[in-house]
Design a protein around this ligand. Structure first.
Ligand SMILES: [Zn+2]
Length: 340
């Protein structure tokens, strides 16, 4: 089976589901605003920003980057520029953003301002480039349960059709993923009609059992990462039967967890095992990556063929939290290219 051509990888209509909004800032803008606004970055060289000793080290950079945003207009500008940059290199058609209301609120940007900026910038981008969007507020696992409830309170107090789910970021204070600690918040979110996703199965201390436990306890629609599920074939079968979707990020898994970008990468093993998988950048500016680069890694380095990439594109459409009419349009775009 020959490797898919770069042109096919570029033209394939893409849905991105695991994308942290603050990380869609362009490297030049991040560095310029940090200088102008007195925000200390780990480095002012974008290539250096992608060098980490591990997830905790990366998270310091990620959290610090929120401090360059000062207004709703800043959010709108970054949102628009992020889509423009993505469509310049690949056929992005729809993207969902993890946005951390707590991080912005601590810096003086309350959720209504953040949401207004996102909707303004992303709507403008949708009109210009036809890229749809959804917003998935994230609770911060480094804070306590009361803080997570407070994030959900403010999200539910400002409903918007683009706010489609609840997710999470950062790590628990003890350095563990601890996804199930947030069960009461996830239950409230589900009862309020939000879909759910959680970061789990990424770090060395997580296991296949902890991935399954998170899926069951939090009643997840999606898992962000989830790589350790492949450690146990029985868990893989159960995850497949549960129909849960995995939002995978090959480059961040390589940089933070040390999996080589080759046929043994967990993303290749997950796809081979028949799990529902899609590809995302996670934190584009901090991992010096792009959605096109993620697809090139999977098609050219991990060795997945065209059929597998078509399946990844379609799995992303089905797993998105977009309305059915949007998913129908996206599905048709993928099938129009692949001709199946
Ligand atoms: Zn993430």
């Amino acid at each position: 089976m020959s490797a898919p051509a770069r042109e096919f990888l570029r033209a394939l209509p893409k849905v991105e589901l695991h994308c942290h909004f603050a990380s869609t800032i362009r490297p030049g803008r991040l560095v310029a605003w940090a200088r102008e606004r007195g925000v200390a970055l780990a480095s002012e060289d974008p290539a250096d920003l992608a060098r980490y000793t591990g997830l905790a080290d990366f998270l310091r950079s990620f959290n610090a980057a929120h401090a360059v945003f000062r207004s709703s207009d800043d959010i709108a500008l970054v949102a628009h520029e992020g889509v423009r940059a993505a469509v310049a290199t690949t056929n992005l058609r729809y993207r969902e953003y993890h946005v951390n209301p707590g991080n912005f609120a601590e810096l003086g940007l309350p959720w209504p301002s953040v949401l207004a900026g996102l909707v303004q910038g992303l709507t403008r981008a949708e009109q210009e480039f036809g890229v749809g969007f959804g917003i998935v507020p994230a609770i911060n696992r480094a804070r306590d349960l009361a803080a997570a409830h407070a994030v959900l309170d403010v999200v539910l107090a400002h409903p918007h059709p683009a706010v489609v789910g609840l997710g999470q970021d950062d790590l628990a204070a003890d350095g563990y993923e601890s996804p199930t600690a947030w069960e009461p918040v996830y239950r409230r979110a589900r009862e309020a009609g939000l879909r759910t996703t959680a970061h789990v199965g990424e770090i060395a201390t997580s296991t296949a059992a902890s991935v399954l436990e998170a899926v069951e306890v939090l009643q997840l629609d999606r898992v962000d990462h989830g790589y350790h599920v492949v450690d146990d074939p029985v868990a893989v079968d159960r995850a497949r039967e549960a129909g849960v979707h995995f939002c995978c990020t090959p480059t961040s898994a390589h940089l933070l967890s040390g999996w080589a970008l080759d046929a043994d990468h967990p993303v290749a093993r997950m796809v081979e095992a028949g799990l529902s998988v899609n590809l995302s950048t996670d934190d584009e500016v901090f991992f010096d990556t792009s959605l096109q680069a993620e697809y090139e890694h999977v098609g050219l380095d991990l060795g997945l063929d065209r059929q597998a990439l078509e399946r990844i594109a379609l799995d992303g459409v089905e797993a998105s939290f977009a309305p059915e009419a949007t998913r129908e349009r996206l599905r048709a775009e993928v099938l129009a290219l692949t001709g199946t």
